[in-house]
Design a protein around this ligand. Structure first.
Ligand SMILES: [Zn+2]
Length: 225
């Protein structure tokens, strides 16, 4: 019985990863993660398969005015190479779009945590950008300089000066249940604690509501924005 469950889960992951590219969400069933946790030996090849799949995904596209660089906030980040006017394109991701279980399977198998929430339970994932398998390029700031114009498409929401780190506010798009982190961005408006429910915060809506991810902008009534 367990073998059957395990084999089905293996098939499910193989089928799901083979189905990229496509526009709809690639979903793994909730049983898959539990099955992996219960039968780790049956998934010994999963890390290798998942890393191979991740490396085959598209990289984000970046403006020529930004470059990956060590960050003063955390790990790696994106830094402006020249002055970027408000409204200019900064970066874009093309997917694929995966569900929460798929995100958790990727994280459990590889430790790769880089994804962008673009819908209720929908996440864009891109190829790792750094040799050690780390993916990140946009760090969080409570006073961000980019916002999400379209799903996974980031533009400058104020002028960005050459040398400045490019940052977004994770509270403007991340709604994965129970996700949260401590913040020490150093901004005067630092919330100290950033969480998956920040999109409900009236002050954040007032300040950054127009730059919430498109699926969250639909939640904001005009009088509250
Ligand atoms: Zn902060």
């Amino acid at each position: 019985m367990n073998d059957t469950i395990t084999r089905d889960s293996n098939c499910e992951i193989t089928r799901a990863t083979a189905e990229f590219p496509r526009r709809e969400v690639i979903a793994l069933s909730p049983d898959t993660l539990e099955n992996i946790r219960r039968h780790p030996l049956a998934f010994s090849d999963l890390r290798t398969e998942m890393l191979e799949w991740l490396r085959g995904l598209p990289m984000p596209s970046f403006s020529s005015q930004v470059a990956l660089a060590p960050s003063e906030i955390a790990g790696y980040g994106l830094r402006a190479r020249g002055d970027i006017p408000a409204g200019d394109f900064v970066a874009a991701e093309t997917g694929p779009r995966i569900n929460r279980v798929f995100v958790q399977v990727v994280e459990a198998a590889t430790g790769y945590e880089c994804n962008t929430c673009v819908g209720w339970g929908e996440y864009l994932v891109h190829a790792p950008l750094h040799v050690e398998g780390k993916g990140g390029y946009l760090n969080h700031s409570c006073n961000p300089n980019v916002g999400m114009l379209l799903d996974g498409v980031w533009i400058a929401i104020r002028p960005i000066l050459a040398g400045e780190e490019v940052t977004c506010d994770y509270g403007t798009f991340e709604t994965m249940r129970d996700w949260n982190m401590e913040c020490a961005c150093g901004e005067a408006a630092c919330r100290k604690h950033v969480s998956w429910t920040d999109y409900r915060d009236p002050d954040l809506r007032r300040r950054l509501g127009r730059w919430f991810a498109p699926y969250l902008r639909k939640q904001i009534k005009p009088e509250a924005a």
